[in-house]
Design a protein around this ligand. Structure first.
Ligand code: 13P
Ligand code: SF4
Length: 321
């Protein structure tokens, strides 16, 4: 329904049609931006969507730069624009190609598994790429005793515990500053106040916070759990954009942020005004490109991910218009 959209949102819809643009938005985007997107989802769902771009002339990626780079790798036939070119994920900055190469030299034979939250430069060193929704399956599918993993040390610990595989951190300090803010005592207090609530925790949270979760999962899985569960209340330990999205989609349920201050400032750099600007002007500086040689190597690492992991149907959510 477009009737409840404001003027600038309607302008985005008109420009989208005019340009033949596919607008993709991550779950952490401002709710107003999510509402004008064609698809809203987690990193894996968005990567898969960008690979199905036929019928569109361009992609506008409302998210952080590594996600737009993934779209550029997977949809080389169309230009990819990022409304906020300075939206860089600080977690991705923990690992570069050189660190990955050094680690590989120290652990010969161990495959390098890189989390999707890495730059395209780092990803060229990956044997296989994973996201928070498939990290465990990817590592298990490799069938090795040891893997090299990075950059998120908390996701690495989650994989270690789930698989029993020796997981070597490329960068043991690698973490997300947003997910580091969650606290066990705070979650337990909320559980006391809401005894029937289901506690959903992103694997980028500390292992201690993971321990008090009912379910540790990606943002995409959180969307599914809230939609399908019979529980009425949910305590959610991830960025607040998802909390807002879930509350808007389920007014009959109560979505409680485990920490209301968990805001990813990089994700919030995308505004509707910036989306209008890229659609109207197609500015060169908002174009995201990955050199073809680099893109080819990344595609191979992504193919390995898709070959090793069972591929469920895309469960992206169509925005409410
Ligand atoms: P998801 O893949 O779960 O959406 O996570 C991406 C991310 O940046 C988490 O902080
Ligand atoms: Fe990066 Fe953390 Fe923001 Fe996700 S929430 S994009 S990992 S800084």
């Amino acid at each position: 329904m477009t009737s409840d959209l404001n003027d600038i949102q309607r302008e985005v819809l008109a420009l989208k049609r005019e340009r033949g643009a596919l607008v993709l938005a991550h779950n952490y985007q401002l709710l107003g931006v999510q509402r004008v997107a064609d698809f809203v989802g987690d990193s894996l769902q968005l990567a898969r969507k960008s690979a199905q771009v036929s019928g569109y002339n361009m992609i506008v990626f409302a998210g952080v730069r590594f996600m737009a780079e993934m779209a550029a790798v997977l949809a080389p036939e169309v230009p990819v624009y990022i409304p906020a070119p300075d939206a860089l994920c600080p977690l991705a900055a923990f690992v570069d190609g050189e660190k990955a190469r050094k680690c590989r030299a120290q652990h010969p034979g161990a495959p390098v598994v890189l989390y999707v939250n890495t730059t395209a430069e780092a990803k060229t060193e990956a044997d296989v790429i994973c996201t928070s929704s498939n990290a465990v399956e990817v590592v298990e599918s490799l069938g090795t005793d040891t893997v090299i993993f990075g950059p998120d040390a908390n996701l690495a610990e989650y994989v270690r515990r789930q698989t029993g595989v020796e997981v070597v951190d490329v960068e043991p300090r690698g973490h997300c500053y947003v997910h580091r803010q969650f606290d066990v005592a705070q979650v337990e207090l909320l559980r006391e106040e809401h005894p029937g609530a289901l506690v959903l925790v992103h694997p980028e949270c500390s292992p201690e916070v993971q321990d008090v979760a009912d379910i540790v999962c990606s943002t995409g899985k959180m969307v599914k759990v809230v939609a399908e569960s019979r529980a009425r209340e949910f305590i959610v330990a991830t960025e607040v954009g998802l909390v807002e999205r879930l509350q808007a989609a389920h007014p009959d349920k109560t979505i409680i942020p485990a920490h209301p201050g968990a805001v990813c400032r990089q994700m919030k750099k995308t505004t509707l005004e910036k989306v209008v600007h890229v659609l109207r002007e197609l500015p060169e500086e908002n174009l995201v490109t990955v050199p073809p040689e680099r893109a080819e190597r990344i595609r191979r690492a992504l193919e390995r991910m898709e070959l090793t992991v069972h591929r469920p149907p895309v469960a992206s959510v169509v925005a409410h218009h």
